[in-house]
Ligand binder design. Sequence first.
Ligand code: DGL
Length: 266
Amino acid sequence: MNTNSPIGIFDSGVGGLTVVNNLIKILPKENIIYFADSNNFPYGTKTEGEVIKLSERITKFLIGEGSKAIVVACNTVSSIAIPRLKELSGEIPVFGMIQAGALYAIETSKNKRIGIISTPLTAQKHAYYNEIKKIEPDAEIFEVGSQEMVTLVEDGISYKKYAYRLAEEKLKVPLENKIDTLVLGCTHFPFLYKTVKNVVGEKVKVIDPSDFLVIEVKKYLETKNLIKKDDDSQRIYFTSGNEEEFKEKMQIFLDYPSENVEKIDI
Ligand code: DGL
C-alpha cells in the first residue's frame, strides 16, 4: 500500500457518486475505484444477511485491487455491515456513513430535533437513532424510509413533481415534530437536495453525511502519509450491471464524468 494506491468506494448503484463528487472536491489527486452493484440494486429492501454477503464480496474485490482505504458509500450497508467489513479488511480502514452523519447532525442541530430520511432497511435498523443517542441522549430523532425515492434517483430523476410529492408525504411527520435538521441518510438523496429543500423550507437544514465523511478520509490519509501528490489521478468505475447504462448515468450524476467503466462479475 502506498500513496498511489486507490481509494475503494462502493454502493448499490449511483448513490455513492455523491460521495465520489465530494471526495474529488477535497482530494482531487487521488486514484479512485468505484464499484456499483447495479445488478443487485436495490439494497434497501433486502435482508440483513443478503446485504452483508454482497458487501463482503465487494470489499474483498476492492482490497484485491490494492485499495488503501474503503469507503462504504451506502448508508444501508453502513448500518449493518461495518464491524464485519472491518474484520475482513484488517489494517485497511473502512469508513461508513452513519457515524459521520450522526456527528454532523449533532453539530448542526440547535433544538436537537433531527429527522433522518433513508432506505427502509436503514430506518428499521435505527442506525442513526442509535448513533445519535449514544452521543446526545437528549436528542429527539424522527426516522423515515423511502425506497421509491431511491429508485427515482437510480432511474435518472425525470419526474420532479413526483419526487416532490413523495418527499412531502414522507417528511410530514418529522416536520410536524419541528425538526431543525434533516439528514439525507441515503447516498442517493443528495441528488434530490433541491426537491427536499423545497419541501422542508428555509428553517430546516438539510445535510449530507458525506461532507463530513470525506474530511475524515482526508485526515486519515494525512496522518498515515498516504495522500497522493501527483496530478495524474485515475478513476475507474466498475458495475455489476449494464456498462452502457451506467455510463449514461455517470453523465447525469458525476461532476467529472468518465469513460472508464467496466462491467465485472465479482
Ligand atoms: N444508496 C444506498 C444507501 O445509502 C442504498 C440504496 C438502495 O440500494 O436501496 O442506503
